[in-house]
Design a protein around this ligand. Structure first.
Ligand code: HEM
Length: 428
């Protein structure tokens, strides 16, 4: 991407077998044109069709036009920023339990633990499963499904057959069916739950939501949306957390400042660390919109059928937007909120990530638990290279770190006492 940008500038075209033509854009004006353009002419659902065999045809990620807006309207309220506070305790407990299992003094990859945390958080807060036996069974089939989809060979297989044929022929049935069985079981049991109205998990809220004509979501719609939330929300967040650890352990001064501010009860810097991680190490490198009609974008008329790709990665590294763009400097976001069309790790417009608040809140809770409990450092001097894992950009060694020691006294104090910066710092 960087080579092509150096050679051809802010806009370049890639022609990919079976995928058609992709036009990369990375100028903020062009990105704004796409995110504010008429969604009836810029189809994201059609462009994401590769996910059809796993997500199913009712997924908000794969729908366009009125059907997309109808589903998005039902799914937005459960993901409203304010609601996230209700999930804080679950997120914190799961993170603390997993992090405390880390052995000290030897290199370990953070990613598998982050995956365990984000998967359990989704199962508990989105699916609403709490009982340990059910969590284990659901976790097993979902991990199996996600591992299947993450292998590069599977992507090649999708490219050869095409997603519609793969779905029609049931080529992924062996891994999707066991997951479906448990998900449908959960949906049926929840429909009849006597405490449905008091529950705050996303499935329970979706069961009570109504389409404009007053009808509830069908089991098939609910299954496809649960699968979408799982696939869209778990590997992305785990990978972003692994990148945050890679960046922090390679910037000990930043890590020290973060620990100090977290201990003092101020989360402004933590927020900036998360924004900077998502800028410099975006998990999703680009988003896609398929043109339904010819459209003028970035000063050129692009033909019908082209996939326009606002490129998160290139936009986030523009020197005319960010000073010293390759440096990890959370301070840049301290007094300046990120721009709608210059900071786009969650895409934008009517397709902006539904889980953006959820993901940032979860990252905050997990990192807070981590820095207040453990002292961590880099396993090797150089930061990690990127590799592609299905559709995400992940750290090649899984975010390797070394636990140097425990910081438990500070964590206990953080939970039990009101913020008192001087007393807390003294505990470390
Ligand atoms: C750091 C973590 C995450 C990142 C980087 C991320 C990124 C993205 C991106 C780039 C898109 C496409 C936006 C576009 O086309 O303009 C998207 C869509 C979506 N994401 Fe996320 N996401 C994350 C976490 C989550 C979580 C936790 C959930 C839910 C639990 C979630 C649910 C969704 C859904 C449902 C969509 C489809 C929205 C639509 O088409 O209307 N994501 N996400």
């Amino acid at each position: 991407m960087e080579d092509a940008q150096r050679r051809y500038g802010d806009m370049f075209t890639l022609r990919i077998a079976n995928e058609g033509t992709w036009v990369f854009i990375s100028h903020p004006h062009a990105v704004k044109q796409v995110f504010t353009g008429d969604p009836r002419l810029l189809h994201a659902g059609e462009a994401n069709i590769v996910l059809l065999p796993v997500l199913g045809g009712h997924s908000v990620l794969l729908l366009d036009d009125d059907a997309h807006m109808a589903h998005r309207k039902l799914m937005l309220p459960p993901f409203h920023g304010e609601r996230m506070r209700g999930y804080e305790q679950t997120m914190g407990e799961v993170a603390a339990r997993e992090i405390e299992r880390w052995p000290a003094g030897e290199p370990l990859a953070a990613w598998p633990t982050m995956q365990t945390i984000t998967l359990e958080v989704i199962m508990r807060t989105v699916f609403g499963v709490q009982e340990s036996g059910r969590l284990e069974r659901l976790g097993d089939v979902l991990r199996n499904l996600l591992a299947f989809a993450a292998r590069p060979a599977r992507m090649a297989f999708l490219a050869v057959f095409g997603p519609r044929r793969v779905a029609e022929l049931g080529l992924v049935r062996s891994v999707v069916e066991p997951a479906d069985e448990l998900i449908y079981e959960e949906i049926r049991a929840r429909r009849d739950a006597p405490d449905l109205a008091e529950r705050d998990d996303v499935l329970s809220l979706l069961l009570q939501a109504r389409h404009d004509d007053g009808t509830p979501m069908s089991d098939l719609e609910l299954r496809d949306e649960l699968m979408t939330l799982l696939v869209a929300g778990h590997e992305t967040s785990a990978t972003a957390l692994a990148w945050a650890l890679d960046a922090l352990t390679h910037h000990p001064h930043t890590l020290a400042r973060l620990r100090e501010e977290v201990d003092s009860g101020d989360e402004t810097y933590l927020d900036a660390v998360i924004k900077e991680t998502l800028r410099l190490r975006p998990v999703i490198a680009l988003v896609l919109r398929r043109l339904v009609e010819p459209m003028e974008i970035g000063g050129r008329t692009l033909p019908t059928g082209v996939n326009v790709a606002p490129c998160v990665y290139l936009l986030h590294r523009r020197a005319d937007v960010y000073d010293d763009p390759r440096a990890f400097r959370p301070e840049r976001f301290l007094n300046k909120p990120p721009g709608t069309y210059t900071w786009i790790p969650f895409g934008g417009g009517v397709r902006r990530c539904l889980g953006a608040s959820f993901a940032q809140f979860e990252m905050k809770v997990v990192l807070r638990e981590l820095v207040s409990r453990l002292d961590v450092g880099a396993a090797r001097p150089e930061p990690e290279r990127r590799v592609r894992r299905a559709i995400v950009f992940a750290p090649a060694r899984g975010g390797e770190i070394v636990v140097k020691g425990s910081n438990r006294a500070s964590a206990r104090a953080a939970r039990s006492a009101p913020p008192r910066p001087s007393a807390r710092s003294a505990l470390r």
